[in-house]
Design a protein. Sequence first.
Length: 214
Amino acid sequence: MQHLESPSQHASAYPVSLRCPSCRQIGVFTGHQNVTDLNWKSSNSGSIALRHAGVRICPNSDCRAIVFVVVQANDILETYPLQLIDFDASSLPAPILRSLEEAILCHGAGAYRASALMVRRVLEELCEDRKAAGKDLFARLQALKSSVIIPTELFEAAHELRLLGNDAAHIEAKSYDDITEIEASLALELAKELLKAVYQYTSLVARMRAMKKQ
Ligand SMILES: [Zn+2]
């Protein structure tokens, strides 16, 4: 939340680099000629910094989304809608895509525990879709390992993520209470890699094999 602390003045909007909340491309967003930024001085721990708030427009001609930004020098303090982690939605089953999008939305909003729970759900749905059985999520992921192309090291490192741990026992042990941004981001990256291995490599391999038959 931004607060205006000193008299405001208006200035023309300067370009900022963003990942578009709508088309998810990275680009240099510029302002609109008829819309000026609101500028103000903000005091933070004794130092004074100039902040700007205004609208910027996506440079992608198919998108042209309007994004509200608050910036200080080269730092983007806030955007609305939120900037979100990029992901590849191709070939994902609809329920898994819905859960993944929700995990990414929670992450973008800083709701890391909620994001971690949704990542877990993504992985549960993935195992269910691929009929990977086992007594808990880890066992199910291990079962999945035998049928997908993914480095063994990635599965082993996944053990380090507490949020993928032993189901209800971990929730009772409050493993989720101190999920950090880093852990939530890593869990999302792992989920994206597993989804890529299961759905997107398979789709690529099938398309290439189809070429051979032509
Ligand atoms: Zn865009």
